[in-house]
Design a protein around this ligand. Structure first.
Ligand SMILES: [Zn+2]
Length: 82
């Protein structure tokens, strides 16, 4: 059994969350090594994954949301005053 692009992209999420069997990991890894399109998908998901994990380990989601909102408000205030 060999994964095609559709199948690989479907498994990238599980792959990053260590939810695949050993055989599936082999298929995904083999496909990623030979396919730029799926590798880009993997990189993107990997990046988003890491960003979320970093943010979550530092501040609780509620606090993070408020921080982001405060940043947006101060940015908008800055634009208004300019
Ligand atoms: Zn592919």
């Amino acid at each position: 059994m060999t994964f095609d692009c559709q199948e690989t992209k479907r498994h990238v999420h599980e792959f990053l969350h260590n939810e695949l069997s050993e055989a599936e990991i082999k298929e995904v890894t083999a496909h990623l090594a030979n396919c730029d399109s799926c590798e880009t998908d993997y990189d993107l998901e990997h990046f988003v994954n890491n960003s979320i994990q970093d943010a979550c380990s530092e501040v609780p989601p509620q606090e993070l949301a408020e921080k982001v909102l405060a940043n947006i408000r101060s940015m908008q205030a800055g634009i208004d005053h300019a």
